[in-house]
Design a protein around this ligand. Structure first.
Ligand code: S3P
Length: 178
């Protein structure tokens, strides 16, 4: 029998709800939750926008890979990946190992409404670039094990749907396990 997956990784574009849905999925599984962006900021000692501005995107991507490697050493962990993490081949490979990857799929109108162009997400400041990125990244997100429409519904309802899909992949919530 193959080992059951040890991690769940939520992937998808900025504003798809990974950081909101992730803790709810973790709670229902009785697992820990890790937000990659938060961990990157801890390691960098500054905001993501500052890393992009002062060190450039490649430095950010290197930190992101380090955080993915740290996360991959843990078990019973739900991970909210940053929107670009699954697009980087090396980082994607690390995130895929021993995990079920779930793409929270969102349409551009929902994303544009949810993600403010306030500079906190450097790649969302220019809306034309943001739209182009979404199209460009689709083929990477499609590599996730599970694709789930996440434009509509509450975070709780999306989390419930994620949990239902995980059951068929050998991951049972602590509640459903009794
Ligand atoms: C990025 C998405 C952000 C963050 C950084 C880069 C991207 O994460 O990692 O601003 O490349 O799409 P969220 O998807 O959590 O906003």
């Amino acid at each position: 029998m193959p080992e059951p997956p040890r991690r769940v990784v939520l992937v998808g574009f900025m504003g798809a709800g990974k950081s909101t849905v992730g803790p709810l999925v973790a709670r229902d599984l009785g697992w820990d939750f890790l937000d990659m962006d938060t961990r990157i900021e801890e390691k960098a000692g500054c905001a993501i926008a500052d890393v992009f501005r002062d060190q450039g995107e490649p430095a950010f991507r290197a930190l992101e890979l380090e955080v993915a490697e740290e996360a991959a050493a843990r078990t019973r962990l739900v991970i909210a990946a940053g929107g670009g993490a699954f697009v980087q081949a090396a980082t994607r490979k690390v995130l895929q190992r021993g995990a079920v990857t779930v793409w929270l799929q969102c349409d551009i109108a929902t994303i544009a409404a949810r993600v403010p162009a306030d500079g906190l997400r450097p790649l969302a400041t220019n809306r034309a670039i943001m739209r182009a990125l979404l199209t460009e990244r689709e083929s990477s997100y499609q590599l996730a094990d599970v694709a789930m429409e996440a434009s509509e519904g509450t975070a709780e309802s999306i989390a419930r749907r994620v949990i239902a899909r995980l059951a068929s992949r050998g991951i049972e919530g602590s509640q459903s396990a009794g």
